[in-house]
Ligand binder design. Structure first.
Ligand code: SF4
Ligand code: SF4
Length: 444
């Protein structure tokens, strides 16, 4: 088996353990699968928050441990010569939304999200890539024609016949609206950057094209806190100097590993000077930052990727860190009274950023908030937009998130993830905001 991802970090996993149950084929990928010891703790009741697909279906086959059994069978040759094209494996992996709940909560840290990327890449190689997955993955590139994309999406959202045709031709649920790009993309402020310390903002595809107010707010807050803020652009010599940088997340989550690697290399080149100067890099979208901190390490990009991963922060992580170091000169005022509900993106939880978010929210005088105890919102990138996944995606949100929102119908909602905000907007009719927007509102 020719791996699409670099699994060398599992080289010694299970070595010398006669009971590790390492499958006969698959090399280090098989070892990554075999770190699951099949103790079924991910199927225990009362169920924890680990695996949303298991919780929503109540079917052990859709738990991390259930998936491992089929993967092991596939790698042991029990599903024939082309296991990655086998519908039994497809069924086992179908509802894994890559939330990394298992990597965080399983005692053996089974990384099913990464395993799913490898699976999907192998499946793409065996069966080809569907039109829908090509389209969703290529979003960062398509947005070079943002006016056209915006017009088409708005038209599709308004005209049911087009949405129905989109479902028939592409498999995008007609019962979903699609997020439309904003009128204008993000543009950094024209005034020169001032401040004592350097920080670089990485404006991801979603903030740049859909929610530029978030990037503007982050810029304003960091400037107000005393930082010399610049935004990251392509490196000198980049083959596409006019195309904004992208972490490759959309490609990676759909198993298009070569395209993701290409985007990651562009990022790596652009970040080289920041790495040499030790300048922190701040991102806004949890899944993009997780790509840089975790997924990029499996793309075979060399030791520089490890060094970069240590220099990249989520906005709230950076604010919390700088506050701890007494570097922050942020003057905040109280906001209108009332408790805000906070929904964490599953990748925010995976990188342990919820603690930082709590610290940052405590910086706002008299601010009341409550974290919603929930696993993934169920949207997970484009998963919840798929015709066949729309219902289960909403069921995942109904496990904890939507009931918590219904209990406090007037509470403002904070959600840092782009797809979480879309799910909340669609399924609960609320308009969530990013923490950067909240902090900007609280600037004294
Ligand atoms: S995924 Fe983790 S919790 Fe689930 S069976 Fe395997 S080892 Fe146990
Ligand atoms: S990544 Fe999330 S959905 Fe997939 S198996 Fe792990 S916990 Fe379940």
């Amino acid at each position: 088996m020719k791996h699409q991802l670099d699994w060398s970090s599992y080289e010694s996993a299970g070595q010398g353990d006669a009971y590790a149950g390492i499958p006969a084929t698959g090399g280090n990928f098989a070892k990554a699968v075999a770190v699951c010891i099949s103790d079924r703790l991910c199927q225990r009741k009362p169920k924890g928050v680990m695996c949303p697909s298991y919780r929503a279906t109540d079917d052990p086959a859709h738990s991390p441990g259930g998936r491992v059994l089929v993967l092991k069978a596939a790698l042991n040759g029990e599903l024939g010569d082309t296991p990655f094209a086998d519908p039994r494996l497809a069924e086992a992996m179908d509802l894994c939304i890559g939330c990394k709940g298992c990597k965080r909560e399983c005692a053996n840290q089974v990384d099913m999200a990464a395993i799913k990327i490898e699976y999907q890449a192998q499946r793409n190689a065996a069966l080809g890539i569907s039109r829908r997955e090509r389209l969703f993955a290529a979003l960062p590139r398509l947005l070079q024609h943002r006016a056209l994309v915006r017009t088409l999406i708005r038209l599709r959202n308004r005209v049911p016949l087009i949405a129905t045709l989109g479902e028939l031709w592409l498999g995008i649920s007609a019962r979903r609206t699609l997020p439309a790009p904003s009128t204008e993309p993000y543009r950094p402020p024209a005034s020169p950057a001032t401040g004592e310390r350097d920080v670089i903002i990485f404006v991801d595809t979603f903030a740049r094209h859909f929610d530029p107010a978030i990037a503007e707010a982050a810029h304003a807050v960091l400037s107000a806190a005393g930082y010399r803020v610049t935004t990251l652009g392509p490196a000198a010599g980049d083959a596409e100097p006019d195309r904004p940088l992208c972490c490759g997340r959309t490609y990676l989550s759909l198993g298009q590993v070569d395209a993701a690697r290409h985007e990651a290399r562009r990022m790596q080149a652009a970040l080289r000077p920041a790495l040499a100067a030790g300048t922190p890099i701040v991102g806004l979208e949890p899944s993009c930052i997780l790509s840089l901190r975790d997924d990029h390490l499996k793309l075979g990009l060399g030791p520089e990727a490890d060094a970069l991963a240590k220099q990249v922060y989520l906005f709230e992580e950076f604010i919390a860190r700088e506050n701890d170091r007494k570097h922050l000169q942020l003057k905040l005022k109280p906001l209108p009274a009332g408790k805000t509900l906070v929904h964490g993106h599953c990748h925010q939880k995976a990188v342990g950023a919820m603690k930082s978010l709590r610290k940052v929210l405590r910086l706002i005088p008299e601010f009341e908030f409550e974290f919603i105890e929930a696993s993934c919102c169920g949207m997970s990138g484009s998963f919840g937009l798929d015709a066949e996944h729309r219902d289960i995606s909403l069921q995942m949100a109904e496990l904890d998130l939507f009931p918590a929102l219904r209990k406090a119908p007037d509470a403002p909602v904070l959600a840092n993830g782009f797809s979480c905000r879309h799910q909340i907007r669609e399924g609960a009719g609320r308009e969530p905001m990013h923490v950067a927007i909240l902090l900007r509102q609280a600037l004294a």
